[in-house]
Ligand binder design. Structure first.
Ligand code: CA2
Length: 143
């Protein structure tokens, strides 16, 4: 049976590749998803992106019931604002890795704080789209 993982992306990440390439790279979210499917053919990867906080909360709750081995989550700007997403991650037993394309610690001070980091198993920040694959590799070996 294939191990299942969820790749979850928050607000504005649907714009990936279309704007701000210097900050977030040139690859679209669709191409990133295709690249991950190609890189991990033995896994069952599911993908979800939403610009709505409640939909992300719902998705985390559902993940808890679908036998996932792990979740790779880029919460976008909700990283710095959302107690609701922190509570949702804390409420599920599925391990979650927080991923950021940019190095949030080299940017504006308001991005240096993450509500989610303390309830995630770890955080990858600043390695571009490569961070998603690294997070999956860690989850394969450790979850
Ligand atoms: O570096 C990251 O991955 C972020 O999670 C991206 C968020 C930002 O608010 C976080 O502080 C760090 C912003 C996502 C915006 O995505 C865009 C992608 C392409 C073009 C415009 C926005």
């Amino acid at each position: 049976m294939k191990h299942k993982f969820l790749i979850l992306n928050g607000p504005n990440l649907n714009l990936l590749g279309e704007r701000e390439p210097d900050q977030y790279g040139k690859i679209s979210l669709e191409n990133l998803e295709d690249d991950l499917r190609d890189a991990f053919p033995d896994l069952e990867l599911s993908f979800f992106q939403s610009n709505h906080e409640g939909e992300l909360v719902d998705c985390l709750h559902q993940a808890h019931h679908t036998g996932l081995r792990g979740i790779v989550f880029n919460p976008g700007a909700y990283t710095h604002t959302s107690v609701a997403l922190r509570d949702a991650v804390k409420a599920i037993s599925t391990p979650v890795i927080e991923v950021h394309l940019s190095n949030i610690y080299s940017r504006e001070p308001f991005r240096h704080f993450s509500y989610l980091a303390p309830v995630c198993v770890g955080q990858i920040s600043g390695l571009g789209t490569g961070g998603y694959g690294l997070a999956i590799r860690w989850l394969i070996s450790n979850s």
